[in-house]
Design a protein around this ligand. Structure first.
Ligand code: FE2
Length: 321
């Protein structure tokens, strides 16, 4: 077994390997975790992070490296600048762009849900900007992103998926109509479940059915998320409306305000469709996951009616290859 004489302690943050681009300088000193909360130095800031470096990490059975908490801002700047340059580089394929955007989005949303402070919300919105730009401007990259969506119970994975589906649908519905602020919508879609960070983990991950009291706590995420973004002053009315209304239903049995069909904003409808599709395609304690085709068929037969029908026709197009 490997022995290390230079253990480092302190506050370290994980960074996914997939967010470190080959042939770019490491944005800060990088560390490996060798035991619980014990880290060893791996690579110095400024050194080119290449395939060999990544292979050494993977050979150690890891998928992430670590940075010091105090260098978080440096890493964020690296993530943002790298992403913008990749998305704007005509020599980079749509597939590679989609991969870069996807891993940065997952990483950023995971961090945001762990620590939803206003400063980190700002950082999340900065990473979402090139993400939304890519989905809106590059149909091929948007298709790759939809293929990259994976399903598990994590709120940040769910949020990334719903964000991708929703913005891709908004592109189809609103293309050519510049009245819609896609960046503002993107923030609302990707952060629609932000309030879930306040739900106790044992309720969030409870394998069985929820009690009435637990359901009430879960449903609070809508108002909590709304209040969090309102107090941060970060988002537009449209984005806040998405967060507030994404669980309203046309029959008036939704929450938190039991809105009627006419009162539910189309943006919230987009988010709700994506949210329902995502829920149907993930394994839950009370149902097995459905394939994309089965989920769309179920939605067509049991969920979609009235004002949702036109939106749903666009939604189906996202999954046609
Ligand atoms: Fe939700």
């Amino acid at each position: 077994m490997e022995e290390y004489s230079e253990f480092m302690m302190g506050q370290f943050l994980p960074v996914a390997l997939s967010t470190l681009q080959f042939e770019r300088a490491a944005p800060c000193d990088l560390y490996r975790c060798v035991r619980d909360e014990q880290y060893v130095f791996f690579a110095k800031k400024g050194v080119l992070f290449d395939r060999a470096a990544r292979d050494r990490v993977v050979a150690g059975d890891a998928s992430q490296l670590y940075i010091r908490e105090e260098e978080r801002a440096l890493y964020h700047t690296y993530l943002k600048e790298t992403l913008v340059s990749i998305v704007n580089d005509p020599t980079v394929s749509s597939e590679k762009k989609a991969e870069a955007v996807h891993s940065s989005c997952l990483q950023t949303l995971q961090r945001t849900f762990e620590e939803p402070r206003a400063a980190f919300l700002v950082q999340a919105c900065e990473i979402l900007e090139p993400t939304v730009n890519l989905i809106v401007s590059d149909v091929e990259a948007s298709r790759h992103l939809i293929r990259l969506t994976t399903y598990d119970h994590s709120t940040y994975v769910h949020s990334t998926n719903v964000g991708i589906f929703s913005i891709a649908l908004a592109r189809i519905l609103f293309s050519g109509d510049n009245q819609h602020d896609m960046q503002a919508l993107g923030a609302g879609f990707f952060l629609h479940d932000l309030g879930k960070c306040k739900i106790p983990i044992e309720i969030l991950n409870k394998p069985g059915m929820l009690t009435d009291g637990e359901r009430e706590i879960v449903q609070r995420h809508v108002l909590d998320g709304y209040q969090m973004v309102e107090s941060s002053g970060l988002m537009t009315d449209e984005a806040r409306t998405i967060i507030l209304q994404h669980h309203e239903r046309d029959d008036g049995r939704g929450y938190p305000n039991q809105k009627s069909a006419e009162e539910i904003h189309p943006y919230a409808r987009i988010c709700r469709l994506a949210d329902i599709y995502e829920a149907l395609t993930v394994d839950r304690p009370y149902h097995n996951s459905r394939s994309s085709f089965e989920a769309l068929k179920f939605m067509k037969e049991h969920v979609v009616s009235g004002p949702d029908e036109e939106l749903f026709a666009g939604f189906v197009k996202l999954f046609m290859v």
